[in-house]
Ligand binder design. Structure first.
Ligand code: MRU
Length: 363
């Protein structure tokens, strides 16, 4: 995507040929700052503090973290230690574990002397792969927006999204936002309701992205979605996912489930956009089998923003003695999902639906 005329991705190899640069997403939406990552430890920290975030992006970032670790030590034991460190950073998004497992297996099949170069080649390949996947998700999702536009008597098509599943959460294009960008580029009038997404407010990243691409949007507080749907102000919901089970249950940012319930009650289509690397083929039940990340309660107690002097500041919101709990994700059962938008097309949120698009997973 272009930001003020500058083509940008969320992660890229630095000019020195070995370190890695990222957009520091903890500085957005107020400041576009890049950070150079030089070690496994720095990458693990960037993932856990959410300087990089979003399921597809943390999968790629983790692989770069492993490549950086190999520069110090490319033995099997060192690979396993680094893989364990990276997998522990964020437990819910299956992409991270999936990509690291894939890279680890391929590394172990090679001689130690070849491993560093191979790891960087692998990272470059999966980075391009994620971009192409986002482009295809956009293409398939565009058809759904075109359908909504055709049904629509008034303009624009109103899409509601939760969290940030745009290019910042991937490498480019995004998942949930890829169809929105495609529709905007195709000249379809479109407007996005952007959930704030407490406590980390990823909705502000969505708003920042959409604003830079000229897509009309409005930020709403998390509790507004139900009201908007009752008022007929939402044509379809599109969200991303951190892990989708083989039966089509969808684990995404906390609050997604409530939007799906409101969508069902108001007959608003509720779509989930995902790369197939977000499908966990080994499990069926999201509620019972997906580990839900619990983050620091300080994210609930405090809010970060810009003070009136223009400096970054953090404010305490809650009573000093009140405890808080911070579940980062929830599970939306497949029965509430109208369809899954993948790089291979749109399918029903069910085992059969997924297997129609990914027949190689049968059996
Ligand atoms: O905690 P985050 O910001 O990493 O959570 C991100 C989401 O929940 C996204 O919706 C999901 O990763 C899909 S990103 C294409």
């Amino acid at each position: 995507m272009n930001v003020d005329g500058r083509p940008l991705r969320t992660i890229w190899p630095a000019a020195d040929g070995w370190s890695v640069e990222i957009i520091d997403q903890t500085r957005l939406p107020h400041e576009l700052q890049t950070v150079r990552i030089e070690s496994l430890e720095q990458m693990a920290k960037a993932i856990s503090t959410m300087q990089v975030r979003g399921a597809p992006l943390i999968g790629v970032a983790a692989c770069y973290g492993l490549a950086l670790a190999l520069r110090r030590n490319a033995s099997e034991a060192a690979i396993d230690r680094a893989a364990a460190t990276l997998c522990a950073t964020r437990p819910t998004a299956v992409n991270l574990r999936g990509r690291i497992t894939e890279l680890r297996e391929q590394l172990l099949a090679r001689r130690a002397a070849r491993r560093v170069a191979f790891a960087y080649e692998f990272c470059a390949r999966i980075t391009d792969e994620e971009v192409e996947i986002g482009r295809r998700i956009g293409e398939h999702g565009l058809a759904l927006i075109e359908k909504a536009a055709a049904l629509h008597r008034q303009c624009p098509v109103n899409v509601l999204t939760h969290c940030n599943a745009g290019w910042l959460a991937t490498i480019d294009w995004g998942t949930a936002l890829a169809p929105v960008y495609r529709a905007h580029l195709a000249g379809i009038p479109i407007h996005v309701w952007v959930d704030e997404t407490r406590p980390r407010n990823q909705g502000y990243l969505t708003a920042w992205e959409l604003g830079h691409q000229g897509v009309p949007h409005t930020i709403v507080v998390d509790n507004a979605g139900g009201h908007l749907m009752q008022a007929g102000e939402v044509d379809l919901c599109v969200v991303g996912t951190d892990r989708t089970t083989a039966a089509g249950d969808v684990c995404n940012k906390i609050g997604t489930y409530l939007k799906a319930l409101a969508a069902k009650d108001n007959a608003v289509p509720f779509y989930v956009a995902l790369p197939s690397s977000s499908v966990d083929w080994s499990i069926a039940s999201g509620r019972e089998q997906i580990p839900i990340e619990r983050r620091s309660d300080s994210e609930v107690h405090e809010v970060a923003g810009l003070a009136s002097n223009g400096r970054a500041a953090s404010l305490r919101l809650t009573p000093a003695e009140s405890p808080a709990v911070n579940y980062a994700f929830d599970v939306t059962p497949a029965r509430l999902v109208s369809g899954l938008i993948t790089e291979r097309g749109v399918c029903e949120a069910s085992t059969e639906g997924l297997l129609t698009l990914f027949p190689e997973r049968r059996g």
